[in-house]
Design a protein. Structure first.
Length: 52
């Protein structure tokens, strides 16, 4: 993706930084993945956001 953008738009590469991964995963994707991993270990979990 980065190479395509550099060639088609004629821009230099810019490092998106480590925050991009957290922004991409969001607040819902990461917990779902963690729940899935725990379920694979044979446990059942319920998440509560703590927000009212």
């Amino acid at each position: 993706m980065a190479v395509w953008r550099m060639f088609t738009h004629g821009v230099e590469y810019t490092d998106p930084g480590s925050g991009q991964i957290l922004e991409r995963t969001g607040r819902t994707r990461q917990p779902r993945g963690l729940v899935s991993q725990v379920n694979q270990l044979g446990y059942q979990v319920t998440l509560d956001s703590g927000r009212e």
